[in-house]
Design a binder for this molecule. Sequence first.
Ligand SMILES: C[S@@+](CC[C@H](N)C(=O)[O-])C[C@H]1O[C@@H](n2cnc3c(N)ncnc32)[C@H](O)[C@@H]1O
Length: 224
Amino acid sequence: MQIDVFTLFPEWFSWMASARHLANATASDGLRMGLHSYRDHTTLSGGQVDDAPYGGGPGMVLRVDVVAAALEGVYGMDAQAVRDERAVVVLSPRGRTFTDAVARELVAGPPLTLLCGRYEGFDERVHTLLASDVISLGPYVLAGGEIPAMAIIDACARRIPGALGNAASLDAESFGAELGGRTEHPHYTRPADFRGHGVPDVLVSGDHGKVARWREEHLGPPDA
Ligand SMILES: C[S@@+](CC[C@H](N)C(=O)[O-])C[C@H]1O[C@@H](n2cnc3c(N)ncnc32)[C@H](O)[C@@H]1O
């Protein structure tokens, strides 16, 4: 899976690359992550990337010509043509909500380009002319698109073969088909007694049938 992130803060992502499952996915050639700064591509003086909103109001808006120059600099083609070859995703509270189903869709889809906003967000022409999708991490406003991008990368990368030490972890995980889209049952481990709080008897009974039934009964609600 190829994921390119466009951001004003590419260095924020360097810690991610060292996370075990991302390092595994990269080492197994399953993941290629590119980090690109809008500032490296702007032709405006002083590294300018934003401007005041037409019509007035607070805050600054990321310029469409700067985003287009960054896409053209990285992909070597007209910025509007990039979305013919890649999923170009604007990160915005206005987008469709990121879910496990969306993660699976992105992993199965074309190479991914994540556009992180800052300030008041992007000039609307980034949405209409350059992007193919808009995704929100949830119904709240963050200061930038970097944390949503990291969440998307994390959720996608762990689905890449070789990323997880125990690939079986994926099979029966929350929201997966095996659990009928529901969330997983609770887990317990040692000690069997913690300050007077024990674990369900059935889990230490050694009866695999009963354990399976208990787990089935304790699945959570499905993804919205
Ligand atoms: C301060 S926010 C802009 C908020 C925008 N003015 C609004 O009211 O919707 C700056 C950037 O953070 C990112 N962002 C903030 N919240 C987000 C969310 N819930 N999901 C995805 N991206 C988000 C977007 O990239 C956005 O352009």
